[in-house]
Design a protein around this ligand. Structure first.
Ligand SMILES: [Zn+2]
Length: 659
């Protein structure tokens, strides 16, 4: 029998005091080993020294990251509070390690043997040295100390910014009349104040109100507070972080933070990113202008006013988009949803992944998650029966839980003394909760999101690297979205949509073929407007991290208004709720569109060989997913495609193709 890897267990019921002491002990233990490593005499350092250092990082990550994860999913505020402290301490500790000159010097002495190492170890040494230099360890002492202080201050600001967004409890009271058009399942289980439903700012509430409420005042009533999340305090945290990031970059001799950050990514320079985005802006603006004419016509017709008097407001875009989908393409998301109950979609998507990647999922009947809703699955490789890892699905909103959709890679794969420690990760999302009368139902874009997030899970699970450094967190940030975006394409295949559907009242009734055809035909409706928003967010991020701005709120509002030609009310604060800029995508929001270029190109091979083709899927797993961050993305893509990548498929996916 094949020797199986180890599945590590996490105690989610850990008491707050224990969280604190476990974290402190892990940090102290690491410090002791680091001290020994730092004092290795010149000439005695070797590959093992590097591996020992990497094992310290892996071990401390194994102890701390699951504790930090509690901040995002625990239902217990006391746990979340301590986890928040531990998150700050973890970041501070990491900043300290990478800012240490004594450690850096040990590994710098290994540089001459770099070329003699095996590929994975060579990359490990190269990345280790780059990380030290990138995080200030090679600076002269006074600058190095300043770098560390600035980095620590940034970590605190980022952590607080995110925490405020997770903890939002703002509600918007609405009467049943005001909610005309909104499916009752959205609000009927919410708390009430007299005759008013207290609408939360969670996605399963905000999105359907934005799309369906016939009264524009209702839409406005929820959209404005939604775009005020985080408030003035978060705008200030962002401003402070921008100033500190600029200081970091300057300490390392860069002219701005974007240059400092992007030099280590695929794009290499802000100029390339800005050029890519401006080119998209030029190509998409005429498309968006045509789309807006159609939406204005719908609004004029609905309110019986001349089209010249109509303007599309911030709370109108999604509402008229849905109206257009219904009127022109006969696609009503509320009808589509009835065919996508969560359990059916999940089973179906899991089947697709099992077939394409040649793996098996087995659900645990006694899940060891952190909440009763959480499901747990083991993954094995079909070809050899080897366990690959474990994933959890945590799908529905709860108070204090992370508000978006993301995958958390809380136990990375690594090999310790020849023992294979398997990766464990979780999809944390916020779908509509089931009610007594109805199961949780997904609309089509939620199905697509499920494919996307599941792609991240499989990226973690497929890892075959020896070092935790090359897990999801080690993948270049402008490539990290590629594998999951690639899988969104399955959500646009008729056969797949039929297979993963089943009416919630009669599971044998699949999504009707003519409805699927209309849905697919409408794929590019308003693509100009929606993609331009992404382009705008990417350029806002670039502006903030290159020239900077005095006032992030008004700069954001102004740019969004210029790009979308929609007035953005002064009282909104997009900058205060834009977690990406304070949570790992700073000077990196462009990664979504950048990754999409690669994702669409990779998918051409599946189009050619058949999108359910196991052979192509296995090759994809081996060449793109398994190496994680241990290989250069351009090399991996070239090896998978057998040619240089190009942007033809991407342009086609935006309706800008040549044919
Ligand atoms: Zn993603």
């Amino acid at each position: 029998m094949t020797k199986q890897g180890t599945i590590r267990k996490v105690d989610w019921t850990i008491k707050p005091a224990m969280i604190r002491s476990t974290a402190d002990e892990a940090i102290e233990k690491s410090k002791k080993i680091l001290k020994v490593i730092a004092s290795v005499p010149a000439g005695e350092e070797n590959l093992e020294t590097l591996q020992r250092f990497e094992e310290v990082l892996g071990a401390v990550g194994e102890a701390l990251v699951p504790l930090v994860f509690l901040k995002y999913i625990s239902g217990d505020k006391a746990q979340r509070d301590v986890a928040d402290e531990v998150e700050k301490d973890t970041q501070k500790f990491e900043n300290e390690i990478w800012g240490r000159k004594d450690l850096y010097e040990v590994f710098a002495r290994l540089e001459p043997i770099m070329d003699s190492l095996e590929p994975e170890e060579k990359t490990l040494l190269d990345m280790t040295l780059k990380e030290f230099r990138h995080r200030g360890a090679a600076l002269e002492d006074n600058k190095r100390k300043e770098f560390l202080e600035v980095a620590n201050n940034i970590s605190v600001l980022e952590s607080e910014y995110g925490r405020v967004l997770n903890e939002i409890t703002t509600t918007v009271p609405c009467t049943i009349d005001e909610l005309d058009g909104v499916p009752p399942v959205v609000y009927e289980n919410l708390e009430k104040d007299g005759d008013k439903y207290l609408l939360t700012l969670d996605y399963p509430v905000v999105i359907p109100v934005r799309e369906c409420a016939t009264n524009p005042e209702t839409r406005k009533k929820i959209i404005i507070p939604f775009y005020q999340r985080g408030g003035k305090a978060n705008s200030e945290r962002l401003s402070d972080a921008l100033a500190l990031r600029e200081r970091l970059a300057k300490l390392l001799g860069h002219s701005n933070f974007a240059e400092y950050s992007i030099i280590r990514k695929m794009a290499k320079t802000p100029k390339r990113v800005i050029g890519f985005m401006n080119d998209l802006k030029t190509k998409l603006t005429p498309l968006m202008e045509k789309e807006m004419v159609l939406l204005k016509e719908l609004k004029a017709k609905e309110h019986n006013i001349p089209v010249d008097d109509v303007s599309i407001e911030l709370w109108d875009l999604f509402y008229y988009h849905e109206m257009l989908m219904r009127e022109k393409f006969a696609v009503d998301q509320n009808e589509v949803k009835e065919y996508f109950p969560a359990d059916t979609v999940i089973d179906g998507v899991l089947d697709v992944y099992q077939k394409v990647l040649d793996i098996d999922f087995e659900e645990s009947s006694t899940p060891s998650g952190w909440h009763e809703d959480v499901r747990e699955f083991k993954v094995t490789d079909k070809t050899n029966g080897k366990l690959l890892g474990v994933f959890f699905l945590d799908l529905f909103p709860r108070e204090g839980k992370f508000k978006h959709y993301a995958v958390f890679d809380f136990l990375s794969r690594r090999v310790r003394d020849e023992e294979e420690l398997l990766p464990i990760c979780a999809m944390v999302s916020n779908y509509q909760k089931p009610t007594e009368s109805q199961p949780s139902l997904f609309n089509h874009s939620e199905v697509e999101t499920f494919f996307h997030e599941f792609g991240h899970l499989m990226h973690v699970i497929s890892s075959q690297t020896k070092y935790a450094r090359f897990s999801l967190g080690g993948v270049l940030p402008d490539f990290i979205e590629t594998p999951s975006m690639m899988f969104q394409n399955w959500a646009w295949k008729e056969e797949v949509l039929s297979n993963i559907s089943g009416h919630y009242k009669d599971s044998k009734k699949k999504l009707p073929s003519d409805l699927i055809k209309r849905l697919i035909a409408a794929k590019l409706v308003d693509i100009g407007a929606f993609t331009l928003r992404q382009v705008c967010f990417s350029l806002v991020d670039m502006l903030f991290h290159t020239e900077g701005t005095e006032d992030t709120t008004s700069a954001f509002n102004k740019m969004l208004s210029d790009f979308t030609q929609i007035r953005i009310p002064d009282e909104t604060r997009m900058d205060a709720g834009f977690g990406h800029l304070m949570g790992g995508y700073e000077a990196g929001y462009y990664s979504y569109l950048w990754s999409q270029v690669y994702a669409e190109d990779i998918f051409t091979k599946f189009e050619k060989n058949g999108f359910m083709d196991t052979k192509t899927g296995t090759e994809y797993r081996k060449k793109i997913l398994s190496p994680g961050g241990s290989r250069d993305p351009d090399e991996m893509v070239q090896s998978f495609l057998g040619r240089e990548m190009n942007s033809d498929a991407f342009m086609k996916s935006l309706g800008l193709g040549k044919d």
